[in-house]
Design a protein around this ligand. Structure first.
Ligand SMILES: [Zn+2]
Length: 321
């Protein structure tokens, strides 16, 4: 049968009638950096991410409240402590920067979902995501510390803890510890598939989490691998993850799509600092239209299958789009 001219795809396209993918502010999570060294209501610009800041605790409360008024329901908080040591003790200090910030945001902003990054890298002097001995990042001893951090974050009022260190068995260790301490309702969003990506460059400045030696290839995934991502997700789901994440997002749409096809679990994707920085820099130079590329990128992440998108653009997205 001759299809053309009976079928003309342009008929409906002209009417702008069908939109398969619709993004809403409900889908977006705003990441924020809270720096114990920043005081009062101040904020400190992050040079490699124009438009993004490190906030004081008070500043973060204001920012969360502003984002909330724009329809952003959830935030992902990263803490930068004034003091770092070999054990990352500030990560599980009940009076630490993130614990105090969570308590204050909970008190001041109603109905906000607080997700807390759960890792050692911002808190530990060498900047790796686990305890280190003889130059090696140790897996199992790190799990115990992650459990402790999870409990202190849950105690402060975090709704969802988000382990980002790619240690084997981290979700199980955290779930057990939370349950033991009575935090059965605290959810876990696992960075199940976190690639060892050069796109994290600006984040290291943002979170002050650059490492002093080696690299992260012994625990983060190689960007050449896709099947391994499915194994990572399978393990984390079995260990009790409530939400799994793929990071980065725009360079890894195939991975998001593969995970979506195979697993019926809520899926988040992290539109990372490098993706934000590229769009920002190119638009500052006049090479790209910031808004248009942002909309296209975020929609692509959702179209690939993500339910939730963590993005520095969150406040710029408007429901009327
Ligand atoms: Zn880390």
């Amino acid at each position: 049968m001759k299809m053309f001219p009976a079928v003309r795809m342009r008929r409906l396209r002209k009417l702008k009638l069908i939109r398969e993918t619709r993004l809403s502010t409900d889908d977006l999570i705003l990441p924020l950096f809270i720096d114990e060294n920043v005081e009062g209501e101040n904020k400190k610009p992050i040079d490699s991410m124009p438009g993004q800041f490190r906030f004081s605790i008070e500043g973060a409360v204001k920012e969360v409240s502003e984002a909330h008024s724009l329809g952003i329901k959830s935030v992902l908080l990263f803490g930068i402590p004034a003091r770092k040591d070999e054990k990352g003790s500030e990560a599980f200090n009940n009076e630490g920067v993130i614990q105090r910030a969570v308590r204050m945001v909970k008190k001041e902003v109603e109905d906000v979902v607080i997700i807390t990054d759960l890792c050692l890298c911002e808190y530990i002097s060498h900047g790796h995501c686990g305890l280190v001995e003889n130059g090696e990042v140790l897996n199992d001893p790190t799990l115990e510390v992650l459990g402790k951090i999870a409990v202190s974050q849950a105690e402060a009022g975090s709704d969802i803890v988000a382990p980002s260190g790619m240690m084997d068995g981290m979700v199980k260790a955290i779930r057990e510890k939370l349950d033991d301490e009575g935090f059965t309702d605290t959810a876990i969003m696992s960075y199940a598939v976190k690639y060892n990506s050069a796109l994290y460059g600006p984040f290291r400045e943002a979170a002050d989490s650059g490492y002093k030696f080696g690299d992260r290839s012994s625990y983060q995934m190689a960007f050449s691998n896709a099947r391994e991502a499915l194994r990572e997700v399978e393990l984390d789901v079995k260990e009790g993850a409530d939400i799994v994440m793929v990071k980065p997002a725009i360079f890894y749409l195939d991975i998001i799509s593969k995970v979506r096809a195979k697993f019926d679990v809520p899926l988040a994707a992290y539109n990372v600092s490098g993706e934000y920085a590229m769009i920002t820099a190119a638009s500052e130079k006049g090479y790209l239209n910031r808004e248009e590329v942002m909309m296209e990128g975020l929609t692509a992440i959702k179209r690939a299958g993500a339910d939730l998108i963590i993005t520095y653009f969150a406040k710029e997205w408007h429901p009327s789009r």
